[in-house]
Ligand binder design. Structure first.
Ligand code: LMR
Length: 348
């Protein structure tokens, strides 16, 4: 699946995966609902730093759930790909090695839910309010409901925000991308977006991205600034272009067997804590991305570029064909419903 199967990077990734496999196997020995006497243990794995919108929302979920259950439900968080990376975390969830994840929406296409890749369509959303019309409405709930086909319970959506482009040069015009190797998540839509710009998409796990940038294996990438900053990508990328061309958010998902093993009362506690954490994640997305931008300016390692309206329009035009080309993969019916939900706020 990874582009550099025989590189030192891949060897390192294999070792990490093997170590994680051992950790996973040890965890598998823990029965569902095991924990303190009569209590419940809920293990959460994610790939980003704790000081990100997703990390902070997860911490809020933990604090609320432990407090409201009087400590009977314990939440243990494994951040920063400590336990699993993008390409093995969903399998770990399905096996019951962890109970909860919050993968980016871009990562559900490859497990049979390509409709989630609609969130990756470039320039689809004018702002986060438009995104929330989908995620907080009936369409978003229906999408979560479909995950049960794979033994996954979808409980809600965390926000991050809009992605920016980084490289060792400004990325303001479509011509700037030509020939660059750009790290992408495992999303066909994002890969098509990079190709439409003339770049070569390279799928890599999030945990491998900084190292790949540092080694020059890839030239650039895209992510909200909170991820860029907390992974210290500013130390290995000289330029960040504030293109805000696409959205990054997360689906909070649970292992179905674990969910069904909970009492109705505990399910209600988990759902309520999650609803509150979702609201918190909406606030944190803006705050964390702004703070990361301030910190980046302060650090002075990376030039920050703001595209002019005309440059942004040219980027938008260059990636416009991706909407049509990928609508079959996403599903024509989903696209019709999304467009109807977003109208009249569709960027145009
Ligand atoms: C990425 O892989 O670029 C991001 O989705 C990581 C994350 O979970 O924010």
């Amino acid at each position: 699946m990874f582009a550099f199967a025989s590189s030192p990077l891949a060897a390192h990734a294999d070792r990490r995966q093997w170590l994680r496999g051992l950790a996973g196997a040890a965890l598998l020995a823990t029965p569902v609902k095991a924990a303190t006497d009569g209590g419940v243990l809920l293990r959460v794995s994610h790939v980003v730093a704790q000081e990100t919108p997703k990390g902070l929302a997860t911490s809020r979920f933990k604090a609320l759930l432990e407090q409201r259950s009087g400590g009977r439900i314990q939440v243990r968080i494994y951040p920063d790909s400590q336990l699993y990376s993008d390409h093995d975390e969903i399998q770990a969830l399905q096996l019951g090695a962890v109970e909860m994840l919050a993968p980016s929406l871009s990562k559900f296409g490859r497990i049979g839910f390509p409709e989630f890749e609609l969130f990756d369509l470039p320039f689809l959303f004018t702002d986060v309010a438009a995104v929330r019309r989908i995620t907080q409405g009936p369409l978003g709930q229906r999408m979560l409901g479909r995950l049960s086909r794979q033994g996954i319970v979808g409980l809600g959506y965390f926000d991050n925000g809009f992605k920016q482009m980084s490289a060792n040069q400004p990325l303001l015009e479509p011509t700037d991308f030509v020939g660059l190797r750009m790290r992408v998540q495992a999303s066909r839509v994002i890969a098509a977006q990079m190709r439409a710009l003339g770049a070569q998409p390279v799928t890599l796990a999030f945990s491998e991205t900084r190292r790949a940038l540092a080694a020059g294996v890839v030239d650039g990438t895209e992510n909200p600034i909170s991820n860029f900053w907390t992974q210290r990508m500013h130390e290995v990328q000289t330029d960040l272009s504030l293109t805000a061309h696409g959205y990054l958010g997360y689906a909070v998902v649970l292992n179905q067997r674990f969910w069904l093993s909970l009492s109705a009362r505990d399910q209600a506690l988990v759902s309520q804590a999650l609803r509150d954490a979702v609201v918190f994640s909406h606030q944190m997305a803006d705050i964390q991305n702004q703070q990361a931008l301030d910190a980046l300016r302060e650090a002075g390692t990376t030039r920050i570029h703001i595209p002019s309206p005309a440059q942004r329009q040219r980027l938008r035009q260059a990636v416009e064909p991706v909407h049509q080309a990928l609508s079959l993969r996403i599903g024509a019916q989903w696209m019709t419903e999304v467009n109807a939900t977003l109208t009249p706020s569709i960027s145009g």
